[in-house]
Design a protein around this ligand. Structure first.
Ligand code: PLP
Length: 388
């Protein structure tokens, strides 16, 4: 009798002899041991051995090695999402009575997270300024983390990372930056003295709008602490399949980033001449101070930006969004496709104003389509909504 049950279920223990050019997707939850000694050694140090994919996995580890190198950090831990990385960092680093400073218009869900953490006696301040002295004036005895985005979500304003990191170090405050917009290709904050870099790999790193993943990069000591606490306890493990797709995204990332810079500058050169647009939020269109910071910190430009309209009629804004043909209405960004996202959702005007934004504020993402087509699309939609 053929034993189908055993044939279909036996563990594959044959030693491999092939050497694939492309990294393997090690899609396994657990790893087996040849004998007791190997088991005992591996489980006594799960970070150095493969035991269980909630801890370490070879495909994910390869991605971690590459991201750590790109950011010039000692070590990286990859997570199931950018928010997984952010919440693991807060969970690991904060305790009751700590205070956090949020600089600028930080990513909305990150702000919601720190608001939620008030119930754990963690307090925070949101500083709506790029002025170093103003930012530093919010430091209290209890301040434990300064959390930054540079450029920030929505307003895309830069801050002086070195000046902030210098004072924070003197006061034993941990500096954290979400570097998703610039990517390590255009900005390496650890080199400027920032302690922890966070990424949403769902954006430029994945690059194809097909994965959700995140990463934390820092010193070996800091990443190991986050790995032991926030990573293992909260369990936001990246699937090896998504790690593979992120590795695949990295292959073309330098090429894509160069193209994004070209495309965004072409589109902004046009938009800055259009009289129907009141303000463009992007470092390329910033004031002298922002240009100076861009010169110091950025090696190129990301292609996500904001615009405010001259005409504040929100019905016309809806018409504009609906009239776009090449740009697609949708969340997220960093993929191949151009996107548009109004902050106005139908009845949230007060919330928009409270965040310090214009009610007509639109987030636009320039993808890899022909920038001339993108300009024509915006021009045509502006004319339909606001007239010539
Ligand atoms: C998308 C995004 C996040 C959240 O990342 P997820 O992978 O969606 O969890 C955090 N910060 C910035 C700047 C983002 O754009």
């Amino acid at each position: 009798m053929t034993d189908f049950d055993t044939i279909c279920n036996e563990v594959q223990k044959k030693k491999r002899t092939y050497r694939p050019m492309s990294p393997e997707i090690v899609l396994t939850s657990s790893f087996y041991f040849d004998d007791f000694n190997e088991y005992a050694e591996a489980t006594s140090n799960e970070f150095e051995h493969y035991v269980y994919t909630r801890g370490t996995n070879p495909t994910t580890e390869l991605l971690e090695e590459k991201l750590a190198k790109m950011e010039e950090g000692e070590r990286c831990k990859v997570f199931a999402s950018g928010m997984g990385a952010i919440s693991a960092t807060f969970f690991t680093m904060l305790k009751a009575n700590d205070h956090v400073i949020f600089v600028n218009t930080v990513y909305g869900t990150t702000v919601s997270l720190i608001r939620y953490m008030e119930r754990y006696q963690i307090s925070y301040d949101i500083v709506n300024s790029t002025d170093t002295d103003v930012i530093l004036s919010y430091i209290k005895d209890e301040t434990h983390i300064i959390y930054m985005e540079s450029p920030s979500s929505q307003k895309f304003e830069l801050i002086d990372l070195e000046a902030i990191a210098k004072v924070a170090k003197q006061k034993d405050i941990i500096t954290v930056i979400d570097n998703t917009w610039a990517t390590p290709i255009y900005q390496r904050p650890l080199v400027h003295g920032i302690d922890i870099v966070i990424h949403s790999c769902s954006k430029y790193i994945g690059g194809h709008s097909d994965i959700v993943a995140g990463a934390v990069i820092s010193s070996k000591q800091t990443v190991e602490l986050i790995e032991e606490k926030g990573f293992l306890y909260l369990g936001a493990t990246c699937s090896p399949l998504n790690s593979y797709l992120a590795l695949r995204g990295l292959r073309t990332m330098p090429v894509r980033m160069r193209q994004f810079t070209k495309n965004i500058c072409t589109v902004l050169d046009y938009l800055s001449t259009d009289k129907r647009i009141k303000k463009i939020h992007h470092p390329y269109c910033g004031n002298a101070w922002q240009k100076q910071l861009a010169e110091k910190y950025l090696d190129g430009y990301g292609s996500l930006f904001g615009i405010d309209m001259v005409d504040d009629d929100l019905e016309k804004l809806k018409v504009f969004v609906n009239a776009l043909q090449v740009f697609t209405l949708g969340v997220s960004w960093g993929g191949f496709e151009s996107l548009v996202l109004p902050v106005f959702k139908g009845n949230n005007q007060q919330a928009i104003i409270d965040r310090g934004l214009d009610v007509t504020h639109l987030r636009i993402y320039v993808g890899l389509e022909n920038p001339q087509e993108l300009i024509e699309d915006i021009k045509a939609a502006l004319t339909i909504a606001y007239g010539k």
